[in-house]
Design a protein around this ligand. Structure first.
Ligand code: GDP
Ligand code: MN
Length: 426
């Protein structure tokens, strides 16, 4: 998998807040749990039935139908692109239609905050209402790419559920990994061996093995970068399943963006309401935007320059509000849109433009600065450092427009630029 935004490979050098946005594989294509459940079901992995609904009425009706069909419990789950829902109170197991309706009114329209969401949380507009299951054991099973080993890898733990992060942190030996052969994929004996290591018994072993093999097939065929079942549960013994049934009751999938051209069904699952609106706007014109928590908007070209720009801002006591990477060949219109996005951020108290023009022509940036000044106006300090291709022409453009850019200061180099913008916003 290649990271489009950063060219890949440099992820671990990023500050944690950026990794949160990017390592999550650089905002990979994500789908909701209800969509992931469909994908699994179509791939032959047992998943309880249910429906996605967007209204309280819809929850009431679906819960009623599930109870009428014989469910003894129903689960109401927020559909947002973040985990930690159980602990945040956004997964509710209920045993009456009334309780399902109550859970829906608690969740719908409200923001869910968990360690995996931004601080302000994610607003819940979609709910999954599904048949609930009784749980005897919760396992963790996932497939992802191990970049060190350069293979897809099956990961499992006997201690699945909402504490898996703590388990992985405190007792890494409780997480088992099974590298998958690059050509042959997951082999049946590997999955069976894993079943025994997880302590599965009797008919559970065959069920588990089949699920792992089918999960591996779905993973490959859908160009996934992550397929996670947490928990994969074992139900108590029942008539049809004397050793219990192995069922997936949560599913998280990420996909390789670059494969979406051949994954139409998955691409169609894209939910723009789950994305940061500014990141979407930027993506539409071919730019990369990452929102951060500070107050200095950064317009740069190239991820490496973006990283060093942010480092040097921090070194001077400032905090970046975002970084907007205009890349190498953005049009003037795209760069103007970049300024609209940056200036539209209420927290933005200053803007630093740091361009080292190689392919990008500095005069294009200068024209975009002037266009943004005319259209939106720079009421906040603007510090501009331009270097490289067509820099003389760019300086001429800016000099001519100087009157329309009263808050602009020119900087001689990156150090000077960072010092000036930090002084201006403090
Ligand atoms: P997450 O917290 O966002 O990962 O949401 P999950 O779907 O994994 O649900 C969190 C926890 O809720 C699970 O680990 C289970 O313990 C519990 N849970 C979810 N669905 C059911 C269900 O159908 N029956 C029971 N008994 N518990 C459930
Ligand atoms: Mn889960």
């Amino acid at each position: 998998m290649q990271c489009r935004r950063f060219g890949g490979g440099t992820m671990n050098r990023f500050p944690a807040r950026i990794r949160h946005n990017t390592f999550n594989e650089c905002s990979p294509m994500k789908i909701h749990e209800y969509q992931a459940r469909d994908l699994l079901r179509n791939g032959g992995v047992p998943v309880p039935g249910g429906d996605m609904v967007t209204t309280i009425d819809g929850v009431t009706q679906t819960a009623k139908r599930l109870f009428d069909e014989g469910a003894s419990i129903v689960v109401v789950k927020a559909q947002v692109h973040a985990g930690g829902r159980g602990k945040a109170g956004f997964v509710k197991v209920v045993s009456s239609v009334e309780a399902a309706t109550d859970a829906a009114s608690f969740m719908l329209g409200n923001a869910m905050v968990s360690p995996q969401t931004p601080p302000e949380g994610l607003t819940v507009t979609q709910l999954l209402v599904a048949e609930g299951v009784d749980i005897e054991r919760e396992l963790y099973v996932a497939i992802t790419t191990d970049r060190m080993r350069r293979t897809n890898t099956l990961i499992a733990s006997a201690e699945g559920g909402v504490e898996i992060e703590q388990v992985a942190h405190a007792r890494p030996e409780a997480i088992l990994t099974v590298p998958m052969h690059p050509l042959d994929g997951l082999r049946p004996f590997q999955a069976t061996d894993l079943a025994f290591k997880l302590g599965l018994k009797g008919k559970q072993v065959r069920q588990f093995t089949t699920i792992c093999l089918r999960l591996a097939k779905v993973f490959l065929e859908s160009d996934a970068s992550l397929a996670e079942l947490n928990p994969l549960v074992i139900t108590p013994p029942s008539e049809g399943y004397p050793d219990g049934q192995v069922v997936a009751i949560d599913a998280k999938f990420n996909f390789d963006d670059n494969a979406m051209y051949r994954q139409k069904a998955i691409a169609a699952c894209f939910d723009p309401t789950a994305e940061d609106p500014n990141e979407l706007r930027a993506n539409e014109v071919g730019l990369s935007f990452v929102a951060l928590e500070g107050n200095i908007g950064c317009l740069v070209n190239g991820a490496g320059l973006a990283m060093s720009t942010m480092d040097i801002i921090k070194l001077h006591g400032g905090e970046p509000a975002n970084f907007l990477d205009v890349g190498g060949d953005a049009s003037q219109e795209a760069v103007t849109e970049a300024f609209r996005i940056i200036l539209g951020e209420p927290d933005c108290k200053g803007v630093l433009v740091n361009i080292f023009g190689g392919i990008m022509q500095c005069d294009r940036i200068a024209h975009a600065i002037v266009a943004a000044a005319e259209e939106v106006g720079f009421t906040v300090p603007l510090v501009v450092r331009l270097e490289g291709t067509n820099v003389e022409a760019a300086r001429a453009v800016l000099a001519e427009a100087a009157q329309r850019l009263p808050t602009m200061q020119a900087a001689t180099d990156i150090e000077d630029a960072a010092a000036k913008v930090c002084a201006a916003v403090l």
